[in-house]
Design a protein around this ligand. Sequence first.
Ligand code: FPP
Length: 247
Amino acid sequence: MSLKSQLNENNIPRHIAIIMDGNGRWAKKQGSERSFGHEQGVESVRATLEAGVELGLDFITLYAFSTENWNRPIEEVQALMQLLVQAIANETPTLMKQNIKLTTIGDVDSLPDETKEKLQECKDMTSNNTGMTLVLALSYSGRWEIVDATKRIASKIKEGTLALEDIDESLFASSLNTDGIPDPELLIRTSGEYRLSNFLLWQLAYSEFYFSEVLWPDFRKQDLVDAIKDYQSRERRFGKISEQINN
Ligand code: FPP
């Protein structure tokens, strides 16, 4: 059965954001190092992207490394950065084949040079792809992004190119890293944790949340379909009442 045929094709989200959690616990269960869990997590990223393309999503945002993840043991941070370099190099041909464009959000300047270079190469190579966009959140946190946007706006005010009255939600949204990217309709977090962990704080204001018990390295296409099925059973009211939505 195709993935689409399990879903209402008229109500598939355009943008799904995912907190990929549980790599460490998955590895521990196997008696392995945490980094083995991250390595296996790349397989789940591959499956998720394939499913996203099959379903016709426009955007998938993955929380790959948070601002707070810098506080992990140095060996794990280095292993994650190395894994990113490797995964990007290995997966770029697949991104090309699947017409996926790579972009990033977060304080990418703070990443090691090799990671930055590989990311830039992949962004350049995929920049003309017109299918789905993969947004990697790297050295990202929602609060950092909001403060960063505030500074940009404040400096425009200071230099006299922006008036206080011009600040509204739309201007603020366009000062965020996600300028031009629609807000996710659906947020998925794996591994049975029920937190936002500083992810897309502004953008998730009206998103539906789906929490899965599956550990990220076990996450496969069907898990994505199950999350979307659950999303399709929700009534999104955006502050209105049910009757207003249904009339
Ligand atoms: C959270 O699990 C996962 C991460 C901090 C890293 C996620 C990164 C990958 C899956 C690899 C990225 C690759 C690409 C190409 C995007 P955790 O370590 O917090 O798990 P735990 O809660 O069980 O300890």
